[in-house]
Write a protein that binds this ligand. Structure first.
Ligand SMILES: [Zn+2]
Length: 507
């Protein structure tokens, strides 16, 4: 290299540095404000399914456009598909824009129930209806069974999707006309609670401030578990049984006066992120068990309880912050840009079978292999070690108002289905007496369709636990996952009624 060229290089570096210095301040001065950003149209990005846009790609584009415009002051011109980076692109200090952090809105999106889906579709030899509505009309599947399909459709697809269903003579009922309004109403409750009602959490007092007038974040739920442990140190033990992909703790609280000898009951919630009523119900069950512990009947006190309110903390927090309808965990996939595995399709039972997807972008993606997920693995290991005397496994989901038992992965009932049906029937009768709500007791595959990889089937098959129930909480399809906070308490009482009934059934 001659000294001349060396000087040229130095000059070029100086010019480039000046260019960058001039652009930087305007670029990074504004704070990252996701609420001001316009969501992009891509379906996967909209649903938060896509991973980060790589830092390198963004920077490369900036350098290219700087050179093109050949101007020191020019705004960074971006391709049209990157236009959402305009103005507010100064996001975080490291220059990485996480498309997953664009809040997903559902303005005037409608919730539909489509009937007779299997007949109509099988006659025509078509793809399953759910797949068509997802891929062609950007639909989000809420619920699918042999009788009907609940799906939300974005405003812009409503007309076309309706025409498609009419073409196929599919009877459709509109359950809700504006999902965003429903989400906003749900959120408004917390804002309207007075401070004392909402509870104030101070580090000193270590009070969770939990209540059942609203849904709570993970921190509050975990603080509540610590609070219970603090109040009953002799009979409580708080486990961290593992960590999630995003580094959150997986926590289980054990309550027992005699862990060696008492029959065990496991209760979990929040496997599916968007089913907020589930963790709310499980925390209420914990409260209900402990608030009058001394006066509890023997069938409550002489049990060992394992309570895990949130099995999918990453998904739960994501649904609270960015996408109310998120279902899976948040683990990155190896060979896809889409995120998340359906934990209730990831257990090692009928994993290869019906009712789950091999597509990482699907809401029912089963994962790379059975038990591949950190959450699944932690629960499987923890329960396997404690299978002795494990007589009940109760897992809370929403929605549909059902108490169901195995199997789900095949169209067969467990051998002692008579006993399970009887206990479930007792529970639903007691619920009706308490709150007036109708729940249905049944074997799973008959009412929810066949699906492999569920935690309930796995516990029954692998551990031999007798009383295995999945409880689908409220409602029956008006609000769906977005159940108004005003219904939390009654729904939680319904959940506790199932727990109480099963605890009593154990001999
Ligand atoms: Zn669920």
């Amino acid at each position: 290299m001659t000294s001349n060229t060396r000087w040229n290089v130095v000059a070029l570096v100086v010019v480039l540095a000046t260019v960058i210095a001039l652009i930087m301040p305007s670029h990074f001065a504004t704070a990252f404000d996701v609420s001001r950003m316009t969501p992009v149209a891509d379906r996967n990005i909209r649903t938060g399914n896509k991973m980060l846009i790589e830092k390198e790609i963004i920077e490369e584009r900036q350098v290219v456009s700087e050179n093109d415009s050949n101007s020191t002051q020019a705004e960074v011109a971006l391709d049209e598909d990157m236009s959402f980076l305009d103005e507010d692109d100064g996001d975080s200090d490291d220059g990485v824009l996480d498309v997953n952090e664009i809040p997903v809105r559902y303005d005037e999106a409608q919730l539909w129930r489509v009937y007779n889906i299997s007949n109509a579709m099988s006659r025509r030899n078509m793809l399953p209806l759910g797949d068509i509505l997802e891929s062609k009309y950007g639909g989000t599947i809420w619920k699918e069974n042999s009788k009907f399909l609940d799906v939300s459709i974005d405003k812009k697809h409503v007309k076309a999707a309706r025409a498609f269903l009419e073409d196929h003579n599919l009877n459709t009922e509109v359950l809700n006309y504006n999902i965003q309004e429903m989400i906003d109403n749900e959120a408004a409750v917390g804002a309207n609670l007075t401070q004392s009602e909402a509870g104030q959490r101070t580090k000193k007092a270590a009070r969770s401030g939990i209540h059942w007038k609203d849904y709570h974040d993970l921190d509050t739920i975990y603080a509540f578990m610590r609070e219970i442990r603090g109040k009953f140190p002799n009979i409580c033990r708080l486990y961290t049984i593992g960590k999630t992909a995003e580094g959150r703790d997986l926590k289980v609280l054990r309550i027992s006066e005699n862990p060696k000898n008492y029959k065990k009951i496991w209760i979990d919630g929040g496997i599916h992120a968007r089913e907020w009523i589930s963790p709310a119900t499980v925390t209420f069950i914990l409260y209900q068990l402990m608030s009058k512990w001394q006066e509890q009947p023997d069938y409550i006190r002489q049990r060992t309880w394992y309570v895990m309110p949130v099995m999918n903390p990453d998904g739960y927090e994501y649904s609270r912050q960015f996408n109310r309808l998120w279902r899976k965990n948040r683990a990155p996939a190896k060979r896809s840009q889409c995120l998340g595995v359906d934990l209730n399709r990831n257990f090692d039972i009928g994993w290869n079978g019906y009712g789950s997807s091999t597509n990482p972008c699907s809401d029912t993606y089963r994962g790379e292999s059975a038990g591949s997920e950190l959450e699944t693995d932690a629960v499987v290991k923890f329960l396997t070690k404690r299978k002795y005397n494990l007589d009940a496994y109760l897992t809370f989901h929403s929605y549909g108002q059902m108490v169901v038992y195995p199997w789900a992965y095949k169209a067969v009932k467990v051998r002692d289905s008579g006993v399970l049906q009887r206990v479930a029937t007792t529970a639903v009768q007691r619920i009706e007496k308490k709150t007036g709500e109708i729940y249905r007791a049944s074997v799973t595959h008959e009412v929810l369709g066949i699906a492999g990889g569920g935690s309930d089937d796995w516990t029954r098959a692998a551990l031999g636990t007798q009383y295995v129930y999945t409880i689908e909480l409220r409602d029956r399809g008006h609000f769906g996952f977005v159940l108004p906070p005003s219904q939390i308490l009654e729904t939680a009482i319904e959940g506790y009624t199932v727990v109480d009934t099963v605890a009593q059934a154990i001999k």
